[in-house]
Design a protein around this ligand. Structure first.
Ligand code: F3S
Ligand code: F3S
Length: 105
């Protein structure tokens, strides 16, 4: 699966959302998250992110290794909604993201 890491937090550019053919990039309050089972590894999202937040799981930089689990665990309660557009923004975050100080600026 592909994974969204720290640079997305408090940026949420959303360019990635328009590229995903299976609509598996879900919106949280401070970050977006890729559904590990719905993502088909097409890679279309990765080059369009202006802050380079998206990585194939095996290519995640060491300092952001936790974000594999962050993307997976974000869906522990949500399950597999089968489409981010119909679900809409969730207004929640993985605890690790929620605990971060404000990013950017
Ligand atoms: Fe975030 Fe980059 Fe997508 S900032 S919303 S991962 S385009
Ligand atoms: Fe979608 Fe990116 Fe996966 S475009 S299918 S989330 S690799």
């Amino acid at each position: 699966t592909y994974v969204i890491a720290l640079p997305c937090v408090d940026v949420k550019d959303r360019a990635c959302v328009d590229e995903c053919p299976v609509d598996c990039i879900y919106e949280g309050e401070r970050s977006l998250y890729i559904h590990p089972d719905e993502c088909i590894d097409c890679g279309a999202c990765e080059p369009v992110c202006p802050v380079e937040a998206i990585y194939y799981e095996d290519d995640l930089p060491e300092e952001w290794a936790d974000y594999y689990k962050v993307n997976v665990e974000f869906f522990s309660d949500l399950g597999s909604p089968g489409g981010a557009q119909k679900l809409g923004p969730t207004h929640v975050d993985h605890p690790l993201v929620a605990a971060l100080p404000p990013q950017g600026e």
